[in-house]
Write a protein of this length. Sequence first.
Length: 451
Amino acid sequence: MPIKGVLLFALLLGSLPVCFVRPFYGILVWTVIAFMNPQSSLFYWSAALAFPWALAVAIPTIAGTVIFSRGWSNLASPKVFLIFLLWIWFTITSVASVNTNLFMHHAADTWMQWQFVSKVLLMTGVTIAVVNSFERLRIFVLVMAACFGLYILKSFPFIIMTGGAFRLYGPPNSMIADNNDFGLALNMTLPFFFFLAQTETKRWVRLLCGFMFLITIPAIFFTYSRGALVGLVVVLGLMLLQVKRRFVLMPVIALAMAVAYLFAPAAWQQRMDPTRPDAIDGSANSRLNAWTYSWKLASDYPIAGGGFSTFTQELFERYAPRTRDLHGPHSVYFQVLAEHGFVGLLLYFTLIAACLTTAGRLVKKARFHRDTLIANYANMFRFSIVGFLVSGLFLGRAYFDYYFSLVACLIILEVAAKNQWLRSAEESAESDEPAGEDILESHNEVILREQ
Protein backbone atom coordinates (compact mmCIF):
# COMPACT_ATOMS: atom_id res chain seq x y z
CA MET A 1 0.00 0.00 0.00
CA PRO A 2 1.45 3.46 -0.88
CA ILE A 3 2.24 5.90 1.92
CA LYS A 4 -0.77 8.04 0.96
CA GLY A 5 -2.99 4.99 1.38
CA VAL A 6 -1.52 4.29 4.82
CA LEU A 7 -2.11 7.87 5.90
CA LEU A 8 -5.68 7.84 4.62
CA PHE A 9 -6.35 4.50 6.28
CA ALA A 10 -5.09 5.86 9.62
CA LEU A 11 -7.05 9.09 9.20
CA LEU A 12 -10.31 7.31 8.45
CA LEU A 13 -9.95 4.91 11.36
CA GLY A 14 -9.00 7.73 13.71
CA SER A 15 -12.02 9.72 12.54
CA LEU A 16 -14.59 7.16 13.64
CA PRO A 17 -14.71 8.10 17.37
CA VAL A 18 -14.67 11.79 16.42
CA CYS A 19 -17.70 11.19 14.20
CA PHE A 20 -19.57 10.00 17.28
CA VAL A 21 -18.79 12.91 19.59
CA ARG A 22 -18.86 15.48 16.74
CA PRO A 23 -21.57 14.36 14.29
CA PHE A 24 -20.99 17.41 12.09
CA TYR A 25 -17.44 16.21 11.50
CA GLY A 26 -18.92 12.83 10.62
CA ILE A 27 -21.18 14.46 8.01
CA LEU A 28 -18.15 16.11 6.40
CA VAL A 29 -16.17 12.85 6.34
CA TRP A 30 -19.14 10.97 4.91
CA THR A 31 -19.51 13.64 2.22
CA VAL A 32 -15.86 13.32 1.20
CA ILE A 33 -16.12 9.52 1.01
CA ALA A 34 -19.42 9.64 -0.90
CA PHE A 35 -18.29 12.21 -3.46
CA MET A 36 -14.58 11.47 -3.88
CA ASN A 37 -14.35 7.78 -3.01
CA PRO A 38 -10.68 8.31 -2.02
CA GLN A 39 -10.17 4.73 -0.85
CA SER A 40 -10.50 3.44 -4.43
CA SER A 41 -7.73 5.74 -5.64
CA LEU A 42 -5.26 5.20 -2.80
CA PHE A 43 -5.89 1.69 -1.51
CA TYR A 44 -4.55 -1.35 -3.32
CA TRP A 45 -5.02 -3.64 -0.34
CA SER A 46 -8.14 -5.75 -1.05
CA ALA A 47 -9.31 -5.72 2.58
CA ALA A 48 -9.23 -1.92 2.66
CA LEU A 49 -11.04 -1.71 -0.66
CA ALA A 50 -13.74 -4.11 0.51
CA PHE A 51 -14.23 -2.35 3.84
CA PRO A 52 -17.53 -0.37 3.90
CA TRP A 53 -16.02 3.02 4.74
CA ALA A 54 -19.17 5.05 4.16
CA LEU A 55 -21.15 2.75 6.46
CA ALA A 56 -18.37 2.80 9.07
CA VAL A 57 -18.56 6.61 9.16
CA ALA A 58 -22.36 6.72 8.99
CA ILE A 59 -22.95 4.48 12.05
CA PRO A 60 -21.11 6.60 14.66
CA THR A 61 -22.37 9.78 13.00
CA ILE A 62 -25.99 8.66 13.29
CA ALA A 63 -25.46 7.48 16.87
CA GLY A 64 -23.84 10.79 17.78
CA THR A 65 -26.68 12.68 16.11
CA VAL A 66 -29.27 10.86 18.19
CA ILE A 67 -27.40 11.70 21.41
CA PHE A 68 -25.85 15.11 20.77
CA SER A 69 -27.74 16.86 17.96
CA ARG A 70 -29.91 19.89 18.69
CA GLY A 71 -31.24 20.40 15.19
CA TRP A 72 -34.19 18.02 15.19
CA SER A 73 -36.56 20.96 14.63
CA ASN A 74 -35.04 21.30 11.15
CA LEU A 75 -36.85 18.09 10.22
CA ALA A 76 -40.23 19.81 10.64
CA SER A 77 -40.30 20.77 6.99
CA PRO A 78 -42.73 19.83 4.20
CA LYS A 79 -39.75 18.85 2.05
CA VAL A 80 -38.56 16.40 4.71
CA PHE A 81 -42.07 14.94 4.68
CA LEU A 82 -41.82 14.57 0.88
CA ILE A 83 -38.48 12.79 1.24
CA PHE A 84 -40.09 10.45 3.78
CA LEU A 85 -43.02 9.83 1.40
CA LEU A 86 -40.59 9.01 -1.40
CA TRP A 87 -38.79 6.58 0.88
CA ILE A 88 -42.06 4.87 1.79
CA TRP A 89 -43.09 4.67 -1.86
CA PHE A 90 -39.72 3.22 -2.85
CA THR A 91 -40.27 0.56 -0.20
CA ILE A 92 -43.79 -0.19 -1.44
CA THR A 93 -42.64 -0.52 -5.05
CA SER A 94 -39.79 -2.78 -3.98
CA VAL A 95 -42.15 -5.07 -2.08
CA ALA A 96 -44.56 -5.09 -5.03
CA SER A 97 -41.73 -5.84 -7.47
CA VAL A 98 -40.30 -8.84 -5.65
CA ASN A 99 -43.81 -10.29 -5.32
CA THR A 100 -44.73 -9.87 -8.99
CA ASN A 101 -43.87 -12.80 -11.25
CA LEU A 102 -42.66 -10.60 -14.10
CA PHE A 103 -40.13 -8.78 -11.89
CA MET A 104 -39.00 -11.55 -9.52
CA HIS A 105 -35.87 -12.28 -11.55
CA HIS A 106 -34.24 -9.02 -10.38
CA ALA A 107 -35.43 -9.22 -6.75
CA ALA A 108 -31.89 -9.37 -5.35
CA ASP A 109 -30.84 -6.30 -7.31
CA THR A 110 -34.02 -4.51 -6.26
CA TRP A 111 -33.31 -4.94 -2.57
CA MET A 112 -29.65 -4.07 -3.02
CA GLN A 113 -30.58 -0.79 -4.70
CA TRP A 114 -33.27 -0.14 -2.10
CA GLN A 115 -30.63 -0.44 0.61
CA PHE A 116 -28.35 1.99 -1.20
CA VAL A 117 -31.09 4.59 -1.75
CA SER A 118 -32.25 4.17 1.85
CA LYS A 119 -28.75 5.02 3.08
CA VAL A 120 -28.69 8.14 0.92
CA LEU A 121 -32.09 9.32 2.19
CA LEU A 122 -31.24 8.46 5.80
CA MET A 123 -28.01 10.46 5.65
CA THR A 124 -29.93 13.31 4.03
CA GLY A 125 -32.14 13.44 7.11
CA VAL A 126 -29.14 13.22 9.43
CA THR A 127 -27.46 16.06 7.54
CA ILE A 128 -30.55 18.25 7.97
CA ALA A 129 -30.55 17.55 11.71
CA VAL A 130 -26.83 18.08 12.25
CA VAL A 131 -26.13 21.09 10.01
CA ASN A 132 -28.26 23.35 12.18
CA SER A 133 -26.75 26.80 11.55
CA PHE A 134 -25.66 28.96 8.67
CA GLU A 135 -22.03 28.68 9.76
CA ARG A 136 -22.16 24.89 9.51
CA LEU A 137 -23.99 25.12 6.20
CA ARG A 138 -21.21 27.32 4.83
CA ILE A 139 -18.54 24.78 5.84
CA PHE A 140 -20.61 21.94 4.39
CA VAL A 141 -20.92 23.82 1.08
CA LEU A 142 -17.18 24.53 0.98
CA VAL A 143 -16.40 20.84 1.54
CA MET A 144 -18.74 19.77 -1.29
CA ALA A 145 -17.20 22.35 -3.62
CA ALA A 146 -13.69 21.26 -2.60
CA CYS A 147 -14.43 17.59 -3.35
CA PHE A 148 -15.11 18.35 -7.00
CA GLY A 149 -12.67 21.25 -7.15
CA LEU A 150 -9.75 18.92 -6.43
CA TYR A 151 -10.63 16.77 -9.43
CA ILE A 152 -11.04 19.83 -11.64
CA LEU A 153 -7.61 21.14 -10.57
CA LYS A 154 -6.14 17.73 -11.22
CA SER A 155 -7.75 17.55 -14.67
CA PHE A 156 -6.95 21.07 -15.87
CA PRO A 157 -3.23 20.46 -16.66
CA PHE A 158 -4.26 17.26 -18.45
CA ILE A 159 -6.68 19.25 -20.63
CA ILE A 160 -3.96 21.76 -21.53
CA MET A 161 -1.26 19.17 -22.27
CA THR A 162 -3.53 17.00 -24.43
CA GLY A 163 -5.45 19.84 -26.06
CA GLY A 164 -8.70 18.31 -24.85
CA ALA A 165 -8.21 15.26 -27.03
CA PHE A 166 -9.30 12.82 -24.30
CA ARG A 167 -12.40 12.56 -22.16
CA LEU A 168 -12.41 13.43 -18.47
CA TYR A 169 -13.67 10.87 -16.00
CA GLY A 170 -14.52 11.03 -12.32
CA PRO A 171 -13.00 9.01 -9.46
CA PRO A 172 -13.09 5.25 -10.07
CA ASN A 173 -15.81 3.09 -8.51
CA SER A 174 -17.91 6.14 -7.65
CA MET A 175 -21.27 7.46 -8.85
CA ILE A 176 -19.43 9.94 -11.10
CA ALA A 177 -16.84 7.58 -12.59
CA ASP A 178 -18.46 7.80 -16.04
CA ASN A 179 -17.70 10.91 -18.12
CA ASN A 180 -21.42 11.73 -18.44
CA ASP A 181 -21.98 11.50 -14.69
CA PHE A 182 -18.85 13.55 -14.06
CA GLY A 183 -20.18 16.24 -16.40
CA LEU A 184 -23.47 16.20 -14.49
CA ALA A 185 -21.67 16.73 -11.18
CA LEU A 186 -19.55 19.57 -12.60
CA ASN A 187 -22.67 21.34 -13.88
CA MET A 188 -24.10 21.12 -10.38
CA THR A 189 -20.87 22.48 -8.88
CA LEU A 190 -20.41 25.41 -11.28
CA PRO A 191 -22.91 27.70 -9.44
CA PHE A 192 -21.11 26.92 -6.16
CA PHE A 193 -17.90 28.51 -7.38
CA PHE A 194 -19.67 31.53 -8.90
CA PHE A 195 -21.57 32.48 -5.75
CA LEU A 196 -18.84 31.52 -3.26
CA ALA A 197 -16.57 33.91 -5.17
CA GLN A 198 -19.00 36.66 -4.14
CA THR A 199 -19.83 35.68 -0.58
CA GLU A 200 -16.65 34.41 1.08
CA THR A 201 -14.98 36.78 3.51
CA LYS A 202 -11.37 35.91 2.73
CA ARG A 203 -10.00 37.38 -0.47
CA TRP A 204 -7.88 34.37 -1.41
CA VAL A 205 -10.92 32.09 -1.14
CA ARG A 206 -12.94 34.40 -3.38
CA LEU A 207 -10.15 34.48 -5.95
CA LEU A 208 -9.75 30.70 -5.83
CA CYS A 209 -13.49 30.16 -6.32
CA GLY A 210 -13.50 32.62 -9.21
CA PHE A 211 -10.65 30.72 -10.83
CA MET A 212 -12.42 27.42 -10.24
CA PHE A 213 -15.54 28.80 -11.90
CA LEU A 214 -13.52 29.67 -14.99
CA ILE A 215 -11.74 26.33 -15.36
CA THR A 216 -14.85 24.25 -14.58
CA ILE A 217 -16.36 25.35 -17.90
CA PRO A 218 -13.66 23.73 -20.09
CA ALA A 219 -13.69 20.73 -17.74
CA ILE A 220 -17.40 20.27 -18.54
CA PHE A 221 -16.63 20.62 -22.25
CA PHE A 222 -14.02 17.91 -22.19
CA THR A 223 -16.09 15.31 -20.48
CA TYR A 224 -17.38 14.97 -24.07
CA SER A 225 -20.87 14.65 -22.61
CA ARG A 226 -23.57 16.21 -24.77
CA GLY A 227 -25.99 16.14 -21.86
CA ALA A 228 -23.47 18.04 -19.75
CA LEU A 229 -23.02 20.60 -22.54
CA VAL A 230 -26.78 21.19 -22.71
CA GLY A 231 -26.85 21.56 -18.93
CA LEU A 232 -23.99 24.07 -19.06
CA VAL A 233 -25.74 26.19 -21.69
CA VAL A 234 -28.99 26.25 -19.69
CA VAL A 235 -27.34 26.98 -16.33
CA LEU A 236 -25.20 29.81 -17.71
CA GLY A 237 -28.15 31.17 -19.70
CA LEU A 238 -30.45 31.28 -16.67
CA MET A 239 -27.73 32.80 -14.53
CA LEU A 240 -27.19 35.44 -17.20
CA LEU A 241 -30.90 36.29 -17.17
CA GLN A 242 -31.46 36.29 -13.41
CA VAL A 243 -28.20 37.19 -11.67
CA LYS A 244 -27.49 40.86 -11.08
CA ARG A 245 -23.78 40.60 -11.87
CA ARG A 246 -24.35 39.85 -15.55
CA PHE A 247 -21.28 41.82 -16.56
CA VAL A 248 -19.14 39.11 -14.94
CA LEU A 249 -20.85 36.28 -16.82
CA MET A 250 -20.89 37.84 -20.29
CA PRO A 251 -17.13 37.70 -20.95
CA VAL A 252 -17.01 34.22 -19.39
CA ILE A 253 -19.67 32.94 -21.80
CA ALA A 254 -17.90 34.63 -24.72
CA LEU A 255 -14.63 32.98 -23.67
CA ALA A 256 -16.34 29.60 -23.38
CA MET A 257 -17.75 29.91 -26.89
CA ALA A 258 -14.32 30.87 -28.21
CA VAL A 259 -12.75 27.81 -26.57
CA ALA A 260 -15.47 25.55 -27.98
CA TYR A 261 -15.26 26.75 -31.56
CA LEU A 262 -11.64 27.82 -31.94
CA PHE A 263 -9.52 25.62 -29.70
CA ALA A 264 -11.51 22.44 -29.12
CA PRO A 265 -10.23 19.41 -31.07
CA ALA A 266 -12.08 18.24 -34.16
CA ALA A 267 -13.29 15.10 -32.39
CA TRP A 268 -15.05 17.23 -29.75
CA GLN A 269 -16.60 19.60 -32.29
CA GLN A 270 -17.82 16.70 -34.38
CA ARG A 271 -19.40 14.97 -31.40
CA MET A 272 -21.19 18.15 -30.31
CA ASP A 273 -22.36 19.18 -33.78
CA PRO A 274 -26.13 18.49 -34.00
CA THR A 275 -26.17 19.09 -37.79
CA ARG A 276 -23.78 16.30 -38.78
CA PRO A 277 -25.32 13.43 -40.79
CA ASP A 278 -24.79 10.86 -38.02
CA ALA A 279 -25.98 13.13 -35.19
CA ILE A 280 -28.50 10.46 -34.18
CA ASP A 281 -25.78 7.94 -33.32
CA GLY A 282 -25.85 4.71 -31.35
CA SER A 283 -25.84 6.54 -28.03
CA ALA A 284 -28.86 8.66 -28.97
CA ASN A 285 -30.72 5.63 -30.34
CA SER A 286 -30.03 3.75 -27.11
CA ARG A 287 -31.56 6.60 -25.14
CA LEU A 288 -34.69 6.59 -27.28
CA ASN A 289 -34.90 2.83 -26.91
CA ALA A 290 -34.58 3.01 -23.11
CA TRP A 291 -37.14 5.82 -22.85
CA THR A 292 -39.65 3.91 -24.97
CA TYR A 293 -39.06 0.84 -22.80
CA SER A 294 -39.70 2.88 -19.64
CA TRP A 295 -42.93 4.32 -21.00
CA LYS A 296 -44.31 0.95 -22.12
CA LEU A 297 -43.44 -0.76 -18.84
CA ALA A 298 -45.02 2.07 -16.83
CA SER A 299 -48.11 1.94 -19.05
CA ASP A 300 -48.62 -1.69 -18.04
CA TYR A 301 -47.71 -1.06 -14.38
CA PRO A 302 -48.68 2.61 -13.86
CA ILE A 303 -48.95 2.55 -10.06
CA ALA A 304 -45.76 0.88 -8.81
CA GLY A 305 -43.67 0.34 -11.95
CA GLY A 306 -41.15 -2.48 -11.98
CA GLY A 307 -39.18 -1.66 -8.84
CA PHE A 308 -35.52 -0.78 -8.53
CA SER A 309 -33.11 -2.20 -11.15
CA THR A 310 -35.88 -3.08 -13.57
CA PHE A 311 -33.73 -2.47 -16.67
CA THR A 312 -33.01 -6.12 -17.49
CA GLN A 313 -32.65 -8.17 -20.65
CA GLU A 314 -35.77 -10.19 -19.89
CA LEU A 315 -37.89 -7.07 -19.65
CA PHE A 316 -36.24 -5.37 -22.62
CA GLU A 317 -37.29 -8.34 -24.74
CA ARG A 318 -40.86 -7.65 -23.67
CA TYR A 319 -41.06 -3.84 -23.85
CA ALA A 320 -38.12 -2.32 -25.77
CA PRO A 321 -38.34 -1.62 -29.53
CA ARG A 322 -34.80 -2.95 -29.92
CA THR A 323 -34.73 -5.89 -27.59
CA ARG A 324 -30.97 -6.51 -27.69
CA ASP A 325 -30.00 -2.90 -27.05
CA LEU A 326 -29.89 -3.26 -23.26
CA HIS A 327 -28.95 -0.05 -21.46
CA GLY A 328 -29.73 1.81 -18.28
CA PRO A 329 -32.51 4.40 -18.16
CA HIS A 330 -30.44 7.27 -19.65
CA SER A 331 -32.75 9.71 -17.85
CA VAL A 332 -33.58 10.63 -14.28
CA TYR A 333 -37.27 10.95 -15.12
CA PHE A 334 -37.69 7.79 -17.17
CA GLN A 335 -35.75 5.90 -14.51
CA VAL A 336 -38.20 6.92 -11.80
CA LEU A 337 -41.14 6.28 -14.14
CA ALA A 338 -40.04 2.73 -14.99
CA GLU A 339 -39.00 1.80 -11.47
CA HIS A 340 -41.76 3.47 -9.42
CA GLY A 341 -44.61 4.22 -11.80
CA PHE A 342 -46.48 7.45 -12.34
CA VAL A 343 -47.09 7.83 -8.60
CA GLY A 344 -43.36 7.71 -7.87
CA LEU A 345 -42.66 10.19 -10.66
CA LEU A 346 -45.30 12.55 -9.28
CA LEU A 347 -43.73 12.42 -5.81
CA TYR A 348 -40.28 12.98 -7.31
CA PHE A 349 -41.49 16.02 -9.29
CA THR A 350 -43.30 17.36 -6.23
CA LEU A 351 -40.06 17.38 -4.24
CA ILE A 352 -38.27 19.13 -7.11
CA ALA A 353 -41.02 21.75 -7.38
CA ALA A 354 -40.97 22.32 -3.62
CA CYS A 355 -37.21 22.90 -3.68
CA LEU A 356 -37.31 25.34 -6.61
CA THR A 357 -40.26 27.18 -5.05
CA THR A 358 -38.43 27.47 -1.74
CA ALA A 359 -35.30 28.78 -3.44
CA GLY A 360 -37.26 31.40 -5.38
CA ARG A 361 -39.13 32.46 -2.26
CA LEU A 362 -35.89 32.78 -0.29
CA VAL A 363 -34.38 34.99 -3.00
CA LYS A 364 -37.38 37.33 -2.91
CA LYS A 365 -37.47 37.49 0.89
CA ALA A 366 -33.71 38.02 1.06
CA ARG A 367 -33.98 40.96 -1.31
CA PHE A 368 -36.76 42.40 0.84
CA HIS A 369 -34.52 42.06 3.90
CA ARG A 370 -31.52 43.27 1.87
CA ASP A 371 -29.75 40.05 2.81
CA THR A 372 -27.31 39.51 -0.07
CA LEU A 373 -25.71 36.46 1.51
CA ILE A 374 -28.92 34.44 1.81
CA ALA A 375 -29.97 35.47 -1.71
CA ASN A 376 -26.66 34.25 -3.13
CA TYR A 377 -26.87 30.93 -1.32
CA ALA A 378 -30.47 30.39 -2.45
CA ASN A 379 -29.47 31.15 -6.03
CA MET A 380 -26.48 28.83 -5.69
CA PHE A 381 -28.66 25.88 -4.73
CA ARG A 382 -31.37 26.77 -7.25
CA PHE A 383 -29.03 26.88 -10.24
CA SER A 384 -27.23 23.76 -9.04
CA ILE A 385 -30.54 21.87 -8.97
CA VAL A 386 -31.31 23.22 -12.44
CA GLY A 387 -28.00 21.75 -13.62
CA PHE A 388 -29.07 18.40 -12.22
CA LEU A 389 -32.52 18.58 -13.80
CA VAL A 390 -31.29 19.52 -17.28
CA SER A 391 -28.31 17.18 -17.52
CA GLY A 392 -30.33 14.54 -15.69
CA LEU A 393 -32.69 14.37 -18.65
CA PHE A 394 -29.98 12.29 -20.36
CA LEU A 395 -28.53 10.41 -17.36
CA GLY A 396 -29.90 7.75 -15.03
CA ARG A 397 -28.90 9.36 -11.74
CA ALA A 398 -32.28 9.73 -10.07
CA TYR A 399 -30.87 8.81 -6.63
CA PHE A 400 -27.72 10.93 -6.85
CA ASP A 401 -26.55 11.73 -3.31
CA TYR A 402 -25.31 15.13 -4.51
CA TYR A 403 -28.88 16.11 -5.49
CA PHE A 404 -30.28 15.05 -2.12
CA SER A 405 -27.49 16.99 -0.42
CA LEU A 406 -28.75 20.08 -2.26
CA VAL A 407 -32.27 19.39 -1.00
CA ALA A 408 -30.86 19.22 2.52
CA CYS A 409 -28.97 22.48 1.98
CA LEU A 410 -32.13 24.31 0.94
CA ILE A 411 -34.03 23.07 3.99
CA ILE A 412 -31.16 24.14 6.27
CA LEU A 413 -30.87 27.53 4.55
CA GLU A 414 -34.58 28.18 4.91
CA VAL A 415 -34.45 27.58 8.67
CA ALA A 416 -31.24 29.61 9.08
CA ALA A 417 -32.68 32.52 7.11
CA LYS A 418 -35.88 32.61 9.17
CA ASN A 419 -33.88 32.60 12.40
CA GLN A 420 -31.55 35.32 11.15
CA TRP A 421 -34.37 37.57 9.97
CA LEU A 422 -36.28 37.06 13.20
CA ARG A 423 -33.22 38.08 15.24
CA SER A 424 -32.67 41.09 12.99
CA ALA A 425 -36.31 42.15 13.40
CA GLU A 426 -36.05 41.86 17.18
CA GLU A 427 -32.81 43.85 17.24
CA SER A 428 -34.30 46.49 14.94
CA ALA A 429 -37.34 46.79 17.18
CA GLU A 430 -35.10 47.39 20.16
CA SER A 431 -32.91 49.93 18.37
CA ASP A 432 -35.69 51.50 16.25
CA GLU A 433 -33.66 50.86 13.06
CA PRO A 434 -35.06 49.44 9.81
CA ALA A 435 -34.95 45.65 9.65
CA GLY A 436 -32.38 44.17 7.34
CA GLU A 437 -30.07 47.19 7.27
CA ASP A 438 -26.92 45.36 8.26
CA ILE A 439 -27.80 41.69 7.74
CA LEU A 440 -24.87 40.89 5.46
CA GLU A 441 -22.44 42.50 7.89
CA SER A 442 -23.88 40.51 10.81
CA HIS A 443 -23.55 37.29 8.81
CA ASN A 444 -19.93 38.02 8.10
CA GLU A 445 -19.21 38.89 11.72
CA VAL A 446 -20.59 35.54 12.83
CA ILE A 447 -18.56 33.70 10.19
CA LEU A 448 -15.37 35.51 11.22
CA ARG A 449 -15.98 34.61 14.86
CA GLU A 450 -16.41 30.97 13.87
CA GLN A 451 -13.12 31.08 11.97
